[in-house]
Design a protein. Structure first.
Length: 285
């Protein structure tokens, strides 16, 4: 049983050996780089679990976590460690390119008599996936017969639950243009809560699933026209970046587009993609 919290203990305490064990696990299982400089981040992220379990310190949590009897704790650690930063219409140039280039080309292709599919890889709490849905819904309103579906994936079950709800504080939807906000986001009945929810018609277009980029097989059988894989690679070593992107490309149609974060580069990676614009790539085979 977990030992009760004692006042004299430092709950943030984590020995070098304890951190090294966490770092090895996180890098092996999640692909996330964990240099020694990250020890303070690990301590702060795990303090809530220390308190929830009434343990003395993060160091004691290390022993608790690696006890085979507590295998269910893995999900809690993943939810605590992973960074979940996203916004509506983040890096807006990508959505302008999607609207101005990708979708018109798809609509003009007489061979593309099929559903347009997009994948938000690393979708966090859903803002990116719903932004894509808004853009595609707007295109559909001008293009009779255009149909679309979106997959959002993330490793964190905590943020996936939020994404499925599609409920956001009104301060978070400010990047959405007012006319789109009025069309695709409903204000909550209790105005004092300042909440808004993605309309049901749009939520039906988006499916969310858990996915670990380190898995050999992602279990996805669909092929996608666009993949948004943004601000995820920065947490990986170059070898991991290459391996993950090659796996993602298995589900990207030839000629399909991959959108990376503006601070990320695929230069020197052996992947079947060529740059078409800064942080935008196209599958070449």
């Amino acid at each position: 049983m977990p030992q009760l919290l004692e006042i004299d203990d430092d709950p943030a305490a984590l020995s070098p050996a304890g951190f090294a064990r966490f770092a090895q696990f996180i890098t092996r299982e999640l692909g996330i780089k964990m240099p020694e400089s990250k020890i303070a981040l690990v301590q702060s992220r795990l303090l809530r679990r220390v308190r929830d379990l009434k343990l003395r310190s993060v160091d004691q949590y290390s022993k608790y976590f690696f006890d085979p009897a507590h295998a269910e704790e893995r999900e809690h650690l993943i939810n605590a460690i992973t960074t979940n930063k996203t916004d509506f219409f983040r890096e807006p140039g990508h959505f302008e390119y999607l609207t101005g280039v990708v979708l018109p080309n798809f609509g003009a292709d007489s061979r593309a008599n099929r559903r347009f599919k997009a994948w938000s890889a690393g979708s966090s709490s859903g803002e990116e996936a719903y932004t894509i849905a808004i853009v595609l819904a707007e295109f559909a309103s001008q293009q009779p017969g255009f149909d679309f579906g979106i997959l959002g994936t993330d490793i964190s079950t905590h943020v996936l639950a939020k994404a499925r709800e599609g409920i956001y504080h009104q301060s978070l939807i400010l990047p959405v243009a007012p006319e789109l906000r009025n069309k695709y986001l409903m204000r909550g009945k209790n105005q004092s809560e300042h909440l808004a929810r993605v309309v049901p018609e749009l939520r039906k277009r988006v499916t969310f699933h858990q996915l670990n980029f380190m898995d050999d097989d992602y279990g996805i059988r669909e092929m996608f026209d666009v993949v948004f894989f943004r601000n995820v690679m920065i947490y990986f070593e170059r070898s991991t970046q290459e391996a993950v992107i090659r796996k993602i490309c298995r589900n990207l149609v030839p000629g399909g587009y991959l959108f990376a974060g503006h601070s990320e580069s695929l230069a020197s990676l052996d992947v079947p993609l060529r740059p078409v614009r800064a942080s935008i790539y196209r599958r070449v085979d």
